[in-house]
Design a protein around this ligand. Structure first.
Ligand code: ZN
Length: 356
């Protein structure tokens, strides 16, 4: 079982496609303009199970934050191997979307080839974009021109949190920003490649659906191995009731009414808006890995590397390893917990689709 979590994007893609073929899925691929580190093609691969005109469809995505795809890809593969999507009841379909941000997956980055956080890109680019005052205040701390081993930057964040409150510190370190293309958490100035491909896949594949469920796998937030179901929806929506029925305890944030850097631009919000002919229910399944400052430290180092360093140098390889370790805990206990919880949440999504 544990071998299904891939070490590289190339093996992930290969494993996904061969598993999907073996499970009888219909596969389509959308090639990315760039290559992976070994010169192989990058792509978003889509595997469809069940009838084409299914009224209830579960979409399960991996690798929105590229490097986090190692976990999500493994879970998609394990679920196929476990037969979760075979013999679906009539009227129910499942679509696996593999490597939503294949460039980041292949190059050990959360962001894409344009330094864009795909999960901050699903906003109305006509504007106005959200302001992120906290991010601006901590810009130099988060985006250093020189990288050393000093932990002064974590002290700066801790001080900021005690002066301005934990929510402001969270907004700085997790919220989106639309001003600095070279900085962390950049949401872009137009729909990025992954956004365009996803949107067209949703339009093409979900035309007949009256219920569309989107499950997006992530890692890096929460206690190690613990899988939290997160939803961005208002409490009075049917989507909130359905999610609570299917998954129980949900970490829910309200839909961003005006521009809010913490909830803006999420893939799930794009899904809800695009698939507006159907009842949509969008969730993130987020698995904890390591201490938040350790995770942020990896992202910070990776962005420094992109702006000032050399990815093929020793330092570059070290930072790549730091990124992989921040978003995937390579130990059997973590893998088992993630596998069990991932299968549970996917199973609950399918049961929800079957029962509705
Ligand atoms: Zn993520």
């Amino acid at each position: 079982m544990t071998d299904y979590f891939p070490a590289t994007y190339a093996t992930a893609r290969q494993g996904f496609i061969s598993e999907a073929e073996a499970a009888g899925a219909q596969i389509t691929s959308h090639a990315h303009p760039l290559d992976d580190p070994s010169g192989e093609e990058l792509a978003i691969d889509v595997a469809r199970f069940g009838s084409q005109d299914a009224a209830a469809v579960v979409v399960i995505g991996s690798g929105t934050h590229g490097v986090e795809g190692r976990c999500g890809s493994g879970l998609q593969r394990i679920a196929m191997r476990e037969g979760l999507f075979t013999e679906l009841p009539k009227g129910v379909g499942v679509i696996l979307v593999h490597g939503i941000n294949p460039f980041g997956f292949a190059w050990d980055r959360r962001v894409d080839h344009n330094n864009i956080d795909v999960n901050r890109n699903f906003v109305d680019h006509a504007g106005p974009y959200p302001d992120n005052d906290a991010y601006e205040a901590l810009f130099d701390v988060l985006n250093p021109a020189e990288l050393d081993d000093s932990q002064a930057w974590t002290d700066a964040i801790t001080e900021y949190a005690s002066a301005e409150g934990p929510i402001a510190a969270y907004r700085a370190s997790v919220g989106g920003q639309y001003i600095h293309p070279e900085g962390l958490q950049y949401g872009g100035a137009a729909p990025t490649w992954s956004n365009e491909v996803l949107t067209s896949v949703w339009r093409q594949e979900l035309g007949k659906a009256s219920l569309a469920i989107n499950v997006d796998f992530h890692t890096g937030i929460g206690p190690p191995g613990f899988g939290s179901v997160m939803q961005t929806a208002n409490v009075d929506e049917d989507a909130s009731d359905l999610a609570s029925q299917w998954w129980g305890g949900i970490m829910r944030s309200a839909r961003p009414e005006s521009a809010d850097p913490i909830t803006c631009g999420l893939v799930g919000l794009g899904f809800d808006e695009t698939v507006n002919w159907a009842q949509t229910v969008s969730i993130v399944l987020e698995f904890g890995t390591r201490d938040p400052l350790e995770v942020l430290g990896a992202i910070r180092a990776d962005n420094w590397l992109e702006q000032y360093g050399d990815r093929r140098s020793e330092k570059g390889k070290e930072i790549g390893e730091q990124m992989r370790a921040a978003f995937f805990v390579d130990d059997p206990v973590w893998r088992d917990k993630v596998t069990e919880r991932g299968l549970e949440v996917m199973g609950q999504a399918i049961e929800g689709a079957v029962g509705s």
